[in-house]
Design a protein around this ligand. Structure first.
Ligand code: NDP
Length: 434
């Protein structure tokens, strides 16, 4: 960490991951003997390129873009693209590293990758976003393909951006539907992909609760963010009988004791691309807290679903979560809890559901989109949703059983890390020269 301060998030992810493998490594001594841990932390390929584009005033702008093709032992590289001003090599590396094991947990044939750019789509016109995406893809298309690397969305990259990226790929290479996932439905996207990460997160929690003879009915839930993952986590939690009290963006959070009005949030975020404080224009009884994360909330609740971004919960906020009487923290975002926050949940007996397991529904449905694109046959919403439910149940079961085998059943973090790692490392070993 001292030697590479610029790789802070990446080192954090690796430092959180490796020690949890200890009980597995005691049994599988060949992993250390063959020095495979050194291989797993080193990306197979890391690409960086510049993206020049013209703004609406005709002025040239330039952004930096990255793709880490981390590990292809179990399939083509697969993982999202993030467009956010904070995107840098460290963030892309940490996301790519986590993605290897998340993809492995889905049980589907997808390797690990991740990418993005420090471009900020917020406040840009559709034409500017289109020109940026076209320039991005003009370079990026050299490195991807349906059997090589299949990117998808992440923060700042939704259907609009994927549509523009796909259009440019097609102009340069012809129609290859399986080269990107999260595509618009009119361009061979999959039904239920938009909903998949949020729904999958709630299915994971539903399984964890069912395993403890409990359910989401009448639970109070706190959600952070108001983007793709948050919106569909709120939708499914409400459908299963929970009351969702909050949502947020990077400017502040909304608390609505009567339960979040999701139709309104969708209109603000998906139609107008507005700010969450606009919620107050319709619901004058709700509260808006400027400049604070939802995790500072003092009201009691049962389940925390962090769905915004990495490191949104530090030790102090973790204590606030514990003090609110929370029993479960399930991560929709990638690495939203710092290491100290996770230790705090564990010390206080909360059930911690790590992102690489709990938010794997998105990439799982992306893999189902690839399957539909390969066979050129679209599936119904019900078909995809039913597969998603099965996959999330299997992920919960494998995490919980692996945890029970190596440590104790409730330690889903150790269960997820070992189960995800085992599949990748066994594939690397069986393929010989990795
Ligand atoms: P979106 O861009 O749709 O939404 C992100 C939300 O988080 C917005 O409300 C945004 O607010 C908020 N946010 C972003 N950065 C910050 C910040 N620094 N502080 C506070 N709030 C912030 O992204 P997604 O919903 O797609 O992704 C959210 C998380 O889920 C990410 O960690 C992503 O990696 C993870 N994830 C996403 C998957 C997917 O399928 N989309 C799959 C698996 C994981 P604002 O508008 O103000 O920036």
């Amino acid at each position: 960490k001292e030697k590479h301060p610029e790789k802070e998030e990446f080192i954090q992810a690796v430092e959180e991951f490796l020690p949890t493998l200890e009980p597995y490594l005691d049994e599988h001594t060949e992993v250390i003997e063959k020095n495979l841990l050194s291989l797993i932390v080193e990306p197979e390929r890391l690409i960086q390129f510049r993206v020049p584009w013209q703004d609406d005033e005709g002025k040239w702008q330039v952004n930096r873009a990255y793709r880490v093709q981390y590990n292809s032992a179990i399939g083509p590289y697969k993982g999202g693209l993030r467009f956010h001003p904070t995107t840098n090599e460290s963030i892309v590396r940490f996301l790519g590293f986590e993605q290897i094991f998340k993809n492995s947990l889905t049980g589907l044939p997808i390797g690990g990758g991740k990418g993005g750019s420090d471009f900020d789509p917020k406040g840009k016109s559709d034409a500017e976003v289109m020109r940026f995406c076209q320039s991005f893809m003009t370079e990026f298309q050299k490195h991807i393909g349906p059997d090589i690397d299949v990117p998808a969305g992440d923060i700042g990259v939704g259907g609009r951006e994927i549509g523009f990226l796909f259009g440019q790929y097609k102009r340069l290479n012809g129609y290859a539907a399986g080269v990107l996932t999260g595509k618009p439905l009119n361009s061979w996207g999959s039904l239920a992909r938009t909903e998949a990460t949020g729904y999958g997160l709630v299915y994971f929690v539903q399984n964890a609760l069912a395993d403890r003879q409990d359910s989401l009915k009448d639970k109070k839930v706190v959600v952070s963010g108001s983007g793709n993952v948050s919106i569909y986590a709120i939708e499914k939690a409400q459908e299963l009988g929970a009351t969702v009290l909050t949502c947020s963006d990077s400017s502040g959070y909304i608390y609505d004791a009567e339960g979040i009005d999701l139709d309104l949030v969708k209109e603000i975020k998906e139609v107008h691309r507005g700010r969450i404080k606009d919620y107050l224009d319709t619901h004058t009884n709700a509260t808006y807290v400027e400049g604070q994360p939802v995790w500072a909330l003092k009201e009691p609740y049962d389940i925390a679903l962090p769905c915004a971004t990495q490191n949104e919960i530090d030790l102090e906020l973790a204590h606030a979560i514990v003090n609110a009487g929370t029993k479960i923290v399930a991560e929709g975002a990638n690495m939203p809890s710092s290491k100290e926050a996770i230790d705090c949940y564990n010390q206080h007996g909360l059930l911690y559901c790590p992102g690489k397991a709990a938010n794997a529904g998105g990439v799982a449905v992306s893999a189902l989109e690839m399957a539909q694109n390969s066979t050129r046959l679209p599936w119904t919403f019900e078909q995809v949703d039913s597969e998603l439910k099965t996959i999330m149940k299997n992920i919960y079961t494998v995490c919980s059983e692996t945890a029970a085998k190596y440590v104790e059943k409730d330690n889903l973090m150790v269960g997820a890390n070992i189960a995800g790692f085992d599949r990748v490392i066994q594939a690397m070993l069986s393929q010989g020269l990795v």
